[in-house]
Design a binder for this molecule. Structure first.
Ligand code: ZN
Ligand code: FE
Length: 255
């Protein structure tokens, strides 16, 4: 049977995600932003977490690590490059690390940018990737620890996944991202349509995620550095991909 996935809100705009395999009973928690919200989700689903898959060291992704480890005796996986900053880490991962969940292969993809050691988890059999603060719906993570060309390279790696891949992201930032995206790519009809949908979802306090890589390829300006209309709008027709990406990221920081 396919993996079951439950996404729930944590803190103000973080997502918690539980991934469950009913055959083995194994459950992975993607990041641990908020103990109370996670315990509620565990109770609601009946899925007891057996592992935490940590994407990066930020407080809003690791805060509940130790409390949950104590409560459930679970194992904590996370990026080797940030191991010193990840409370309770048991298994250190880097690109190409051999990892399985419930008998299914999990690929570790290093995506430095937002933080220096950020990793994403890709489940090729289930066509799903947990990208945390690397890609958001119509957005990308802020460049806190690495410069734009490094992030652009990380995003490029994720773009090579199958377009149908479902993406789970770390935050509900979609509405602000949509409004910004329209300033970069104002003639994109797929974007305009999506922005209108997102306005409605958020007005009803509904989540806008998960998304798919295909949807992001069509509407996310941070993944569309190659797009002639965007380049023209920025006056950067002949610039490098990394420079176009850097300019879009800079504009978002000042938006
Ligand atoms: Zn973060
Ligand atoms: Fe975050």
């Amino acid at each position: 049977m396919a993996l079951q996935i439950d996404q729930f809100m944590c803190r103000t705009d973080n997502f918690g995600v539980l991934v469950h395999d009913s055959r083995s009973g194994e459950t992975a928690l993607i990041d641990a932003p908020d103990e109370a919200a996670i315990l509620k989700a565990v109770e609601r689903t009946g899925w007891t977490p057996t592992v935490i898959l940590t994407t990066h060291h930020h407080q809003d992704h690791v805060e509940a690590n130790l409390a949950l480890k104590k409560k459930f005796g679970l194992k904590i996986y996370g990026p080797k490059a940030e191991a010193a900053k990840i409370p309770g880490i048991d298994v250190e991962l880097s690109e190409g690390s051999k990892l399985e969940f419930a008998g299914e292969p999990v690929e570790v993809i290093e995506t430095p940018g937002h933080t220096a050691g950020h990793i994403c988890y890709y489940f090729p059999k289930s066509h799903v990737a947990f990208v945390a603060d690397t890609i958001f719906a119509m957005g990308c993570g802020r460049l806190l620890e690495k410069p734009a060309p490094v992030m652009q390279h990380s995003l490029q790696k994720l773009l090579e996944l199958p377009a149908a891949t479902k993406l789970y992201c770390g935050h509900e930032y979609t509405l602000a991202n949509a409004r910004f995206a329209l300033t970069i790519d104002p003639t994109n009809s797929a974007l305009k349509e999506r922005a209108a949908t997102v306005e409605k979802l958020r007005a009803a306090d509904k989540p806008t995620l998960p998304t798919t890589l295909a949807e992001e390829l069509a509407t996310n300006p941070f993944l569309r550095w190659h797009d002639p209309a965007i380049r023209k709008n920025l006056g950067m027709e002949t610039a490098s991909d990394a420079d176009v990406f850097a300019e879009i990221r800079k504009r978002k920081d000042n938006f």
